[in-house]
Design a protein around this ligand. Sequence first.
Ligand SMILES: [Zn+2]
Length: 102
Amino acid sequence: MKRVHVAPTLLDAQLAADALSSLGIATRILNANAAGALGELPFLQVQPEVWVDDDAQAGRAREVLAALHAAIPRTEKTCPRCAERNPGNFLSCWQCGAPLPE
Ligand SMILES: [Zn+2]
């Protein structure tokens, strides 16, 4: 087994595992249930981890996950009122509260 991904959330880990298993790469998610222990353990030790069963597939798995991560849109929106830049998923400007375009 080789670890190929440390996920910020269990959902993220599940998405990564699903993407890999759809390509025939067998995975396991470790620490899936550790989030409840947050506060008792150092944060980095309780993040969900995605492992591949077959070490020989670890390189391919990392490539797939890197491509998946790169495909996430990281657009920004410019506020029409104050011209502040906002993350693409914001619905209103964090600075002045004006609605942002879709
Ligand atoms: Zn604004």
